[in-house]
Design a protein around this ligand. Structure first.
Ligand SMILES: Cc1ncc(COP(=O)(O)O)c(C=O)c1O
Length: 410
């Protein structure tokens, strides 16, 4: 076999030599970010209370996300916690969450002393399965946290319908989905509150940072209070009416985030062009399953390009072998989450070994088995949004690497 055809994992030449042909560098910035940071530096107003960056960013972000209000905070994990606290979710309450997500979706529930109740996801969207929500509702259920995973909006029509029927709050975890829209409405502003992350890997990057959005002024004010040590907007400085903490974002982060927000529409478009192209090339590719098309997704944020792998289509070669081979070909890719309920923290919770709220229903996390999530965790490949920001030839190298592996294993 020629060394071009031989897999890089077996000593052949990779499809992409990343030394000679590096991928786009993330984050993307120029003198605009530099100017914005220097402006804050020289103003001497480095914190939210004195400066204008945070307040301006909140206005701009709310407008961008089709929400009336936005509250900036330290990060996306705190944002979920703040949202739950703002809605009064607490000790003894239950919150329905998907298990295929970052830990923060469920740990925020624990942080407010409530109990996460996991339900399964859909294999063809990787999002929470709305048809399983009703069966998980108990008299203690207070809220649902749908996660718009990988940049793909969850089925918000059905989720809102079930939530309204049972009087439950909806907190959208949109950490991975800034700019994504469902039926023309940006995610985060469909439920009662929506949360975002500005952590370095996210499509809108300020190093760290978070936001809570809402169309409901009462909820937005409550989130502002929790973020600002329990103060109220119109209150005295030393007046703390609710339990909060200092979750404020710095002016430096807001300044960077405002510059990055201006770049986001073009970047979202570019990711979409490349994601659609790769999809068109891999459609019907034996052994690979792409997430299903849904016309209700009017903007996909493409935070992660996901593929499900079936070893039958690759002559029995396993999923870890495939990920290893793809990485060796110069395509940064990874396997993603494990089902969250398998994380040790839930075992400790189940055993009562930790400072948990003891008033909640005891959930047997160790006996939980949600088959779709477990299968997805065993066969899903992640390709970062940064690869989608490149050229058509960058997108081609993803397809070429997959085709090369498939041919070599025939
Ligand atoms: C789905 C989801 N929720 C919440 C978070 C938490 O955001 P942060 O890292 O800003 O705390 C993340 C970040 O990885 C995430 O992917």
């Amino acid at each position: 076999m020629s060394s071009a055809k031989q897999l890089a994992v077996d000593g052949g030449i990779p499809v992409r030599d990343v030394e000679k042909q590096p991928w786009l560098k993330w984050p993307i910035y120029d003198e605009n970010e530099e100017k914005a940071l220097l402006e804050v530096l020289h103003s001497g107003k480095w914190w939210y209370v004195e400066g204008h960056q945070g307040k301006d960013f909140e206005k701009e972000f709310a407008e961008f996300q089709n929400a009336k209000f936005a509250v900036a905070c330290t990060n996306g994990s705190a944002a979920i916690e703040i949202a739950l606290r703002a809605l009064g979710v607490g000790c003894g309450d239950e919150v329905i969450v998907p298990p295929y997500t970052f830990i923060a979706t469920a740990s925020a529930v624990l942080a407010v002393s409530a109990t996460p109740v996991f339900i399964d996801i859909q294999g063809d969207t990787l999002n929470i399965d709305p048809e399983l929500i009703e069966a998980a509702i108990t008299p203690r259920t207070k809220a649902i946290i749908p996660v718009h995973i990988a940049g793909r909006p969850a089925e918000m029509d059905r989720i809102m319908e079930v939530a309204r029927k049972h009087n439950l709050f909806v907190v959208e975890d949109a950490a991975q989905s800034v700019g994504a829209a469902w039926n023309g409405i940006k995610v985060g502003s469909i439920g009662d509150l929506g949360t975002f992350s500005l952590q370095a890997s996210k499509n809108l990057n300020a190093g760290e940072g978070g936001l809570i959005v809402s169309n409901n002024e009462e909820y937005a004010d409550a989130a502002w209070s929790v973020t600002h040590v329990g103060r109220v907007r119109s209150g005295r400085w030393y007046e703390h009416r609710v339990l909060g903490s200092n979750y404020r974002m710095t002016e430096f982060q807001s300044a960077i985030a405002r510059s990055q927000l201006r770049r986001l529409p073009d970047q979202t478009e570019q990711r979409d062009v490349n994601a659609r192209y790769i999809r068109s090339q891999l459609k019907d590719f034996p052994g690979l399953e792409l997430p299903k098309e849904d016309p209700r997704i009017t903007t996909h944020a493409n935070h992660i390009f996901t593929l499900r792998y079936n070893q039958q289509g690759f002559s029995g070669h396993t999923y870890p072998e495939f990920v290893k081979a793809l990485v060796a070909e110069g395509i940064p890719s990874s396997s993603g989450y494990v089902p969250l309920y398998k994380e040790a923290v839930f075992n400790r919770l189940e055993q009562g070994s930790g400072s948990w709220c003891q008033a909640g229903r005891k959930v047997e996390y160790s006996k939980l088995s949600l088959p779709v999530c477990e299968a997805v965790c065993q066969d899903t490949i992640w390709i970062s949004h940064v690869l989608l920001l490149g050229t058509k030839s960058d997108a081609d190298s993803v397809v070429e690497a997959i085709s090369k592996i498939s041919c070599a294993w025939k």
